[in-house]
Design a protein around this ligand. Structure first.
Ligand SMILES: [Zn+2]
Length: 208
């Protein structure tokens, strides 16, 4: 299964130009099996995404990109999240208490929104975006090094805000799943791999 695990939809991410319809159309054309919507500090699209997903028969998993005091963390499987910025650790603890899954996104991107060295300090993170579509290759390679060192899941994601970037990088999982519960179970039990769009297909990679 291939899934883009970090996308912004314009209704709840004011910096995005993408509609959900556009995201799903592009994802389907690329042969993806699902997409994740992770808006900035919002899960406001949840109800609409559930309805649209049923209507078009394409899995859409809504999480959140929470801007903790130490940097951005994407998370799934939580009902609520803090309405103000808090430290990364209590947020990660909240995700774990709910049985959710959380990922350090673009930890070394040069916009001061990644966890950077905090990656080594926090406990309970599940994954690291080793390929983030809005991050340069060197910073992504640093993320990969930390991911391996810490033994976390390697995640690929576009972090797209415009159509050209949708599904540029994605995550490979062994089984195809349709709902968030099964998605979370698989994320917790399998070994994910990042994948790169090569212009006509995806290359699932160990390194890059
Ligand atoms: Zn983002």
């Amino acid at each position: 299964m291939l899934v883009d695990m970090h996308l912004h939809e314009k209704t709840c991410s004011s910096d995005s130009f993408l509609s959900l319809e556009e995201i799903v159309t592009i994802a389907r054309a690329r042969g993806l099996d699902a997409v994740c919507i992770t808006d900035h500090d919002s899960m406001g699209l949840r109800d609409y995404a559930a309805e649209y997903s049923r209507k078009v028969g394409f899995p859409i998993f809504v999480g959140v990109e929470f801007f903790s005091l130490q940097g951005d963390i994407t998370a799934w499987g939580i009902e609520n999240f803090p309405d103000h910025r808090i430290d990364a650790q209590p947020f990660i603890d909240q995700v774990n208490a709910a049985g959710g899954f959380c990922v350090s996104c673009h930890p070394f991107r040069n916009n001061k929104r990644g966890l950077e060295e905090h990656l080594r300090k926090v406990k309970g993170l599940h994954g690291v975006e080793v390929l983030n579509g809005s991050t340069d290759l060197e910073a992504n390679r640093t993320a990969l090094r930390y991911c391996r060192e810490l033994g976390l899941q390697a995640i690929g994601a576009s972090d797209a805000h415009v159509p050209e970037n949708v599904a540029k990088y994605v995550t490979w999982l062994p089984e195809r799943v349709d709902d968030l519960t099964d998605f979370l179970a698989q994320l917790h039990s399998c070994t994910t791999k990042p994948a790169i769009w090569n212009g006509s297909a995806y290359d699932v990679v160990e390194t890059f």
